[in-house]
Design a protein around this ligand. Structure first.
Ligand SMILES: O=C(O)CCC(=O)C(=O)O
Length: 239
């Protein structure tokens, strides 16, 4: 889904990476357990989703799902408001760069709440990260969103995030370090107004996720996201 708005969001700190990046050369299953319960980590080259990516172009998705409704959520911490629109209307009219002056609670975001009857055949082509946490079962949340959009800080159980098209910036804090943020502010506004005021010791862990990489986020870690480009993405929750 490479189109859908103007160019990438200028984020000057795109270069900083404090989340460790692993490029496992042994079997992936040997690598994950060491990290599964402690820190976020980016795993490179553990899945090949080129076939799934080929099905996620704007043209292919519009042809397959254009008339079907998708459920949008507000892009604030609690995502309390839901709106159903035809997928085609979302892509053609709502998939835009984030307005920095607009609250997250007034911004609609397509992520999760997926209709697995209609979209399940597509998701069967997604190759999830080959790691499991005993006693949990994986559940997918698929999304498409404009540059500068994202979800402000929140937390939940552990999982993985993968970008199929685009780049996604992640900001993470451990469970015992509640970030400074307002739940209805967009991540972009937080980045512009709050982030620059943080002393270095209060800054989050950060990374930029690109296609071919998978971020593991541990249980109850605070996280906020910012799509640097119009992006297609999928999370695998290990709930
Ligand atoms: O990909 C996003 O923008 C949101 C991801 C997220 O917050 C999550 O997977 O919990």
């Amino acid at each position: 889904m490479p189109r859908g708005g103007s160019g990438p969001v200028p984020v000057s700190r795109d270069g900083s990476v404090s989340v460790p990046v692993l490029r496992p050369c042994g079997t992936p299953l040997d690598v994950a357990p060491r990290f599964a319960f402690s820190r976020p980590v980016i795993l490179g080259g553990v899945t090949d989703n080129s076939a799934f990516r080929a099905l996620c172009t704007r043209e292919k998705l519009l042809a397959a799902f254009g008339p079907f409704p998708v459920r949008l959520s507000t892009a604030n911490t609690y995502s309390y408001r839901k709106v159903d629109v035809p997928f085609q209307e979302y892509v053609e009219h709502l998939l835009k760069p984030q307005d920095p002056a607009r609250l997250g609670s007034d911004t609609l975001y397509f992520f999760g709440d997926n209709n697995f009857t209609e979209w399940g055949p597509l998701f069967q082509h997604y190759v999830p990260p080959p790691f499991r946490i005993p006693g949990t079962s994986p559940a997918y949340s698929f999304g498409i969103a404009g540059s500068g959009s994202g979800v402000p800080f929140h937390w939940h159980g552990p999982g993985f995030s993968e970008v199929i098209f685009g780049r996604k910036r992640w900001f993470l804090y451990p469970p015992d370090r509640t970030p400074h943020f307002h739940p209805n502010e967009s991540t972009l506004a937080w980045l512009q107004h709050t982030y620059p005021t943080l002393p270095p010791a209060q800054r989050p862990l950060e990374c930029t996720l690109r296609p071919g990489e998978v971020l593991y986020f541990p249980d109850r870690w605070w996280h906020a996201t910012l799509n640097l480009d119009t992006s297609v993405f999928i999370s695998t929750f290990l709930g």
